[in-house]
Design a protein around this ligand. Structure first.
Ligand code: NDP
Length: 334
């Protein structure tokens, strides 16, 4: 059993030296347990937080422990009444070939209903994040302008497409011309802005002539600075992620601008609300039903970026934090 463990905690950006590949015996499932062979591993930005000891909404991975991660896995042996050999499940198998589970947190997949990899992306945690955050907090109305960054990724791409389905105008922010062209030409966003441009505030203002009513926050930093002056009265800001700052070790230099932010919140009567997808756990069935239907009908599209082999996971994860992925980042293990 090959597994990738957390070798040390990064201070700043993670490198391959923070991970270590280890070999161990294939675990044996006990009574009430299942042996899983991991087929596909999901790489997600939240994993950067688990590498740090800083207090957050979830416990960090311990040094020497297997990196956490969602997987699509085959049941290869079962001593559990609800699971049989040959079934395909999604759960938290981690960065390794095999995992033992007691069934907690597993969901059976029907390979005939949708490709099983979608359970890690558009029909999984990232898709549910987009669906719940946009509809429950952003609440876009027809004719409003919705802006989302990291727009070519699994969360952002679905945010923009749902905004369109609700009759809103969708503007995506992404890194590079290829991702921007994908947003407008393939996903049907109304406009796309490259955050690497020399004049992001100007480019975003040009793409949002009527201001911004919903800003789905995935990124923070310079992107948020460009968004803030464009927000309309009563704008809603689901605060989902701040990926531009996950590896910051100290506050960026410059004056304290929080008074500017607070003044905007007050005078424009903004609603900012942080959320974690599982705050909306009771919407999972509704999400799977509605987005599953949109996917089958071709009303939403998705894209995967798959690397081969468990040993490719650290490099792919490091690249994900820098935008080197194009679509939902996955690792094919077996
Ligand atoms: P993505 O596949 O979109 O990957 C992250 C992307 O962030 C990169 O591809 C890159 O895209 C972009 N990015 C990185 N650094 C910067 C930067 N400095 N400025 C602008 N863009 C940057 O990830 P996901 O769709 O899985 O996740 C998107 C966000 O949602 C993350 O912040 C994540 O933490 C958050 N999230 C939150 C959840 C919650 O429950 N609250 C659940 C799931 C995700 P580009 O090339 O366009 O720059």
């Amino acid at each position: 059993n090959r597994r990738i463990v957390l070798a040390s905690r990064p201070h700043g950006e993670p490198t391959e030296a923070h991970f270590r590949l280890e070999e161990s015996r294939i675990p044996t499932p006990g009574e009430g347990e299942i042996l899983l062979r991991n087929r596909i591993l999901s790489l997600d930005p939240y994993m950067r937080g688990r590498m740090s000891a800083a207090k957050s909404y979830a416990e960090p991975v311990a040094i020497g422990e297997t990196m956490v991660g969602a997987t699509v896995s085959d049941v290869v042996a079962s001593h559990h009444p609800d699971y049989r050999e040959g079934e395909v499940v999604t759960g938290f198998g981690g960065w390794q070939d095999f995992a033992v589970s007691n069934g907690k947190g597993l969901r059976k997949l029907d390979p005939a209903a949708a490709p099983v990899s979608t359970s890690l992306g558009v029909l999984g945690m990232p898709g549910m994040t987009a669906y719940t955050g946009l509809l429950s907090i952003g609440r876009p109305k027809a004719g409003e302008t919705v802006v989302v960054a990291a727009a070519a990724g699994p969360v952002g791409s679905l945010v923009g497409q749902i905004a369109k389905l609700k009759g809103a105008r969708a503007v995506g922010i992404a890194g590079g011309p290829e991702k921007c062209a994908y947003l407008t030409d393939v996903l049907g966003f109304d406009a796309a802005v490259d955050h690497r441009t020399d004049d992001l505030p100007g480019a975003l203002a040009a793409a949002c002539p009527e201001g911004i009513d919903v800003y789905f926050e995935n990124v923070g930093g310079a992107v948020f600075d460009a968004v803030l002056p464009l927000l309309n009265d009563f704008a809603r800001i689901p605060v989902c992620g701040l990926v531009s700052g996950y590896s910051l070790t100290e506050l960026p230099p410059g004056p304290d601008r929080s008074p500017v932010l607070m003044r905007n919140i007050l005078t424009k009567r903004l609603t900012l609300r942080g959320f974690i997808v599982w705050d909306f756990a009771d919407q999972e069935e509704e999400f799977l039903g509605e987005v599953g239907t949109w996917l089958r009908e071709g009303r939403v599209k998705h894209r995967e970026d798959i690397v081969e082999g468990l040993d490719a996971a650290p490099e792919a994860f490091i690249g994900l934090l820098k935008g080197r992925n194009f679509g939902k980042m996955l690792v094919r293990i077996a």
